[in-house]
Ligand binder design. Structure first.
Ligand code: ZN
Length: 66
């Protein structure tokens, strides 16, 4: 399952959730304050895919740990 990143609009806490494909942000709750007011962030992995010959190649995806 992919990991989605969210940001809580109540306390500005960033967190990531392991969700099924196509899961909506409505199913996410902030682990910090428990608020359902969260917005989904674009994962860096998703943005990088398809881009060939990027001038700046850094650590794209660091899965695991955390
Ligand atoms: Zn919060």
């Amino acid at each position: 399952m992919p990991i989605y990143e969210y940001r809580c609009t109540a306390c500005n806490e960033d967190f990531s959730l392991l969700q099924k494909m196509g899961a909506s942000a409505a199913e996410a709750l902030c682990p910090n304050c428990g608020s359902p007011k969260v917005e989904k962030l674009i994962s860096a992995c998703a943005v990088n895919s398809g881009s060939v010959g990027s001038p700046a190649s850094g650590p794209a995806c660091s899965m695991g740990g955390g």
